[in-house]
Design a protein. Structure first.
Length: 144
């Protein structure tokens, strides 16, 4: 009798916990319940998307003077304003369609990540940061 009572006291809370946390019962999190977040892609993947003609919006978030010195063909310059605290960007300059595939690049990827998080917070669903920034792009992809 004591073993049955002990087993019941151990198993009942465990069963309740598993039922409450199981979601679909397959042990996987419900993706729709997770917050959106930017994704990371390599400069090679970004280059391939462009060369394949994939519809996308490719934005360089460096300062205007950095962009004018050297930039990737086809990118649009929408600079991140880091003089503000917190930094700001002109969200009106981005496509109205929140499902547009957006690739973001800067010098090394630090500013890109800031902008990517801003876009996700604004409701954009397909936001990608290009790893290594233009430094890696110019070193490995040769598309200027």
């Amino acid at each position: 009798m004591k073993k049955s009572l002990l087993l019941l006291l151990v198993c009942l809370p465990l069963a309740v916990f598993m039922t409450a946390c199981g979601g679909e019962g397959n042990g996987e999190p419900d993706e729709s319940a997770l917050p959106a977040e930017p994704k990371i892609i390599t400069h090679f993947v970004a280059r391939d998307l462009i060369e394949e003609g994939t519809p996308l919006f490719f934005v360089d978030v460096r300062r205007v003077d950095e962009f004018e010195t050297r930039h990737i063909e086809g990118t649009v310059n929408i600079p991140l304003d880091q003089t503000d605290d917190p930094p700001t960007i002109d969200l009106d300059a981005f496509p109205q369609d929140k499902d547009t595939q957006i690739l973001i690049i800067c010098r090394t990827e630090n500013r890109s990540m800031i902008v990517a998080e801003m876009l996700v917070d604004a409701g954009y669903t397909r936001v990608y940061v290009v790893t290594g920034g233009v430094m890696a792009w110019f070193a490995f992809c040769d598309r200027v």
